[in-house]
Design a protein. Structure first.
Length: 479
């Protein structure tokens, strides 16, 4: 058999495979199942070139192995077939061979290998919904019910034929039973970062003041750099009252703490807990969280926060949505110089969100308006924020996240410390905040993240003008 004939045979045999018994998708035949994207075709063309470079004897041997592997597969001798498919894949691992290898691995009990092969295929061609269904099967068998549910819902979003939809809904019901309708998520991480300005102070030692003369800033009032340890934890528990969609109850908790190596007075801790109902319809998701937060600066309480943040996301199409939200935030301060002071912040936000490549990549844009009322007019301001974020999921379990926010705030006056120094005009700030993070998923739920954060605050009041750069590394686990 010539190499081009072997390649055609591999494609034909895959078509035969699609008629075999599958856990979820035996009826998914109303549309082409393996219509490959340009990237998938280009991938197979590279393998075809390798086949054409083989000698006739090598091709003949490979063809015999393929025929024998398929024979063993249909005799349900999956372990023996798997060994042969591994040998074939070592020389000519087309998209079709990846599929056979994953199918054999799943039926031979090597679930991790099956998951790996299906994910490799989807990274090359995210539109292979049949493969996504097989991946959901493997995840279900591995007890990863939440991830299996996510893959099934992605196929549902593609509007599959009615028989397939019914099969998926039955499987979602089984998953709900397994999970007890509780969908937990947990992320724990430890990190180290270099912060060029932990004090958020100006980079000048001498500051001229309006009443004449200048003030000499102490060391910790100026820009101070330090190595900072970081602990971050976040958990969520979603209870689905009307599985798989409809009314839900969502509970979230998070903990964030920084610990400076030399300057402990700038340590920061924030604890947050929220709970509230969600409602998921066919085209919209409504959320109504109510929460409590507590901030500690150095080793002393800074403020207690209570808030309510209703939000809605409406899907205009499967790949675009409009998000809108409102937050009412009440901060009660504890330090002696602000004891009893209450800040009330009202934030409105709106913006589009775009989903690309079967929702692997997400682009979010937003505009928000703030109106903060404080007991001290110097802390009161009106302002707006404009920005966006981009999440890109790359091959090899890589994720890249970018975010940029521009903020403009016009205060009603100057805070008391600035007034005492002679600044009487209203304070105005403009801020740029850029973040870039690259996360690599490892085995057994481990991850490592490299990140960079740049923040620049321009102010018409010099003591509030600063910039900082942060480089960090974080490792942890997520479930």
């Amino acid at each position: 058999m010539k190499p081009r004939n072997l390649f055609s045979t591999l494609l034909f045999l895959l078509a035969v495979a699609l008629s075999s018994n599958a856990v979820f998708a035996q009826e998914f035949v109303a549309r082409p199942l393996f219509t490959k994207s340009a990237k998938a075709k280009a991938y197979d063309e590279k393998i075809k070139a390798a086949l054409e470079a083989m000698s006739p004897e090598e091709v003949k041997e490979l063809d015999a192995k393929l025929a024998r592997a398929l024979e063993l597969y249909y005799e349900h001798k999956y372990a023996e077939a798997l060994a042969l498919f591994k040998e074939i894949a070592a020389k000519a691992e087309t998209m079709d061979v990846k599929f056979w290898l994953g199918s054999c691995a799943m039926r031979a009990g090597q679930i991790d290998l099956a998951i790996s092969k299906y994910r490799e295929m989807l990274e090359i061609d995210p539109g292979l919904h049949r493969v996504r269904l097989e991946l959901a099967t493997a995840l279900y068998m591995a007890g990863q019910y939440g991830k299996a549910r996510e893959e099934l819902q992605r196929v549902l979003a593609s509007d599959p034929p009615k028989p397939v939809r019914e099969n998926i809904e039955r499987m979602l019901a089984k998953i709900s039973e397994k999970m007890g309708r509780f969908y937990p998520a947990l992320r724990l991480g430890l990190g180290i970062q270099r912060d060029s300005n932990v004090s958020a102070g100006p980079d000048e030692e001498l500051i001229r003041i309006p009443i004449g003369g200048q003030i000499h800033l102490q060391e910790t009032q100026q820009e101070v750099s330090d190595w900072v340890g970081v602990i971050h934890m976040a958990g969520r528990l979603l209870y689905d009252v009307e599985a798989p969609n409809g009314f839900m109850i969502n509970t979230e908790a998070s903990f964030y703490q920084t610990h400076n190596t030399d300057h402990h007075k700038f340590d920061f801790t924030y604890l947050n807990v929220s709970m509230g109902p969600w409602w998921a319809g066919k085209r919209a998701v409504l959320k109504l969280p109510v929460g409590f937060g507590k901030a500690i600066y150095g080793h002393d309480p800074l403020y207690n926060r209570t808030y309510v943040s209703p939000a809605v996301e409406y899907f205009v199409t499967k790949w675009m949505s409009i998000t809108a939200g409102f937050s009412y935030i009440d901060d009660e301060y504890n330090p002696r110089d602000r004891k009893g002071q209450t800040n009330i912040n009202r934030i409105w936000s709106v913006g589009p969100k775009f989903y690309f490549q079967d929702k692997k990549h997400i682009l979010s844009l937003f505009y928000s308006n703030e109106d903060l009322s404080a007991d001290d007019d110097g802390y009161s301001y009106e302002g707006y924020n404009l920005g966006g974020s981009l999440l890109v999921r790359l091959p090899w379990s890589l994720e890249c996240y970018l975010r940029y926010v521009y903020s403009d705030r016009e205060h009603d006056g100057q805070p008391l410390p600035a007034r005492r120094m002679g600044w009487s005009f209203d304070r105005e700030d403009e801020r740029h905040n850029f973040y870039l993070g690259l996360t690599k998923g490892l085995r057994n739920h481990l991850f490592v993240t490299l990140y960079f954060n740049w923040l620049d605050n321009d102010s018409n009041t010099p003591i509030y003008e600063f910039d900082k750069t942060i480089y960090g590394l974080s490792v942890g686990v997520r479930f």
